[in-house]
Design a protein around this ligand. Structure first.
Ligand code: KG4
Ligand code: ZN
Length: 392
């Protein structure tokens, strides 16, 4: 099956095109025909965070150029257009709320023909609803013009499936045998911090989640307090690594919120507040103190994540642990998890750093397994679900 996938849940405009066949754990295989991500970081940096309406506007402008890039990679730009003008005209109605999208897409469809493609996978949640809608409307428009079905995909399932299929073991090697269950996913991103148990492939039970800020959000907010650039995760990570390499010791102690609580929930907003207090008490902030705070914040966040994960592993006799979401690009967290898991019989799967943050390949892969079961949605029924859950 050939799947075109669209991801616009946050501030990355991403499209991927894959060809996949077979069943998970048996004969599954796939190849990437095209894959492109356009980050809006430069747009959002000015505001120090993601603004939903800016994200929406940028997705509207970027989706068609990103699609053209994916078609270029797949060698599809030379197929002459075969879409009747009448059908292109009808798109105006579908894309009423996305005038930019209509302008770009209609001219693309006048020049390039329908590819050999079986289904479109699109992220319907969780995420920023105005942003999700642009991707959904784009998917709907393409599906009606090309007359192909759409499969709705949960963004978090995308992170999980990607780590499951492309995750590397602690030693960097990709495991040759399929993952064993029970499996636990530690999902850590800008919008989520969750521990999810799977007894079987594509079944999920939420064990715990953050009660306030997501861990990535805490990284971003703390970075802002420290005067670092957006997105803050990579910046904090860079400072903290520098500190470790040069042997700087954390000269400040921050709390490890909920580390001993008898559940799998998290709380990161108190940690952020503790950083704010330290920043206020040490004005003007010296470079050394900024570095010490970055180091201690990263250590504190990692300690809590690892402690909760290790407890869940014990309690549920877990065979496989996977990490997903943007924060799983964090070097310290990757290293700490690898070291901890090496002391257990459990296999750890970590996404390659470049695929840890949002992309459409993860949506294409998750979408394939739903498309293979013909879990298509009527075009009119597709809706953005900002708080979509993994449990069905
Ligand atoms: O999964 P993702 O790309 O988007 C969401 O679905 O939220 O995650 C983005 C988050 C941001 O908060 C960003 O600061 C964080 O992932 N992030 C990192 C690192 N790289 C990205 N956090 C810590 N260390 C990193 N190296
Ligand atoms: Zn994500």
């Amino acid at each position: 099956m050939r799947i075109l996938a669209i991801e616009t849940s946050c501030d990355e405009t991403a499209i991927a095109f894959i060809e996949a066949t077979g069943e998970f754990g048996k004969d599954f295989s796939f190849s990437i025909l095209g894959n492109s991500v356009l980050s809006q970081v430069a747009e959002h940096e000015k505001y120090g965070g993601v603004f939903p309406n800016v994200a929406k506007r940028e997705h509207g402008r970027n989706l068609t150029p990103v699609l053209a890039e994916v078609f270029r990679q797949a060698g599809l730009l030379d197929t002459p257009s075969n879409v009747p003008e009448k059908i292109i005209g009808e798109l105006k109605g579908h894309l009423e709320r996305e005038p930019d999208l209509y302008t770009y897409l209609s001219s693309f469809l006048r020049s390039v023909g329908k590819p050999d493609i079986d289904a479109i996978a699109v992220t319907v949640g969780p995420g920023l609803e105005p942003a999700l809608w642009v991707g959904i409307n784009f998917a709907r428009a393409l599906a009606s013009v090309w007359n192909i079905p759409v499969v709705p995909v949960n963004h978090m399932e995308g992170h999980i499936v990607l780590s499951m299929l492309l995750g590397q073991s602690s030693d960097g090697a990709h495991p040759s045998s399929p993952s064993r269950f029970p499996l636990i996913s530690l999902l850590i991103s800008g919008g989520h911090t969750e521990i999810v148990l799977s007894e079987n492939w594509m079944e999920y039970r939420l064990l715990g989640q953050t009660r306030d800020d997501a861990v990535g959000e805490a990284f971003d907010k703390v970075a802002r307090l420290l005067g670092l650039r957006y997105p803050g995760g990579p910046e904090i990570s860079r400072l903290a690594e520098q500190a470790r390499v040069s042997g700087v010791r954390a000269s400040v102690t921050l709390p490890r919120p909920m580390i001993d609580s008898d559940n799998y929930d998290f709380s990161f907003s108190g940690l952020k507040t503790a950083v704010r207090r330290e920043v206020e008490a040490h004005q003007p902030l010296s470079d050394d103190f900024r570095t010490a705070l970055a180091l201690e914040f990263e250590n504190a966040a990692a300690d809590v994540l690892v402690a909760k994960l290790m407890r869940a592993i014990d309690e549920y006799n877990v065979e496989t642990v996977l990490v997903g979401g943007g924060v799983s690009a964090n070097t310290h967290i990757r290293r700490t998890l690898s070291a901890k898991l090496a002391t257990t019989a459990c296999r750890l799967l970590i996404p390659p750093s470049e695929l840890a943050t949002d992309n459409a390949l993860m949506i294409a892969l998750a979408g394939y397994f739903h498309a293979a079961k013909r879990e298509y949605a009527a075009l009119d029924s597709l809706t953005a679900q900002g708080n979509l859950r993994l449990e069905r």
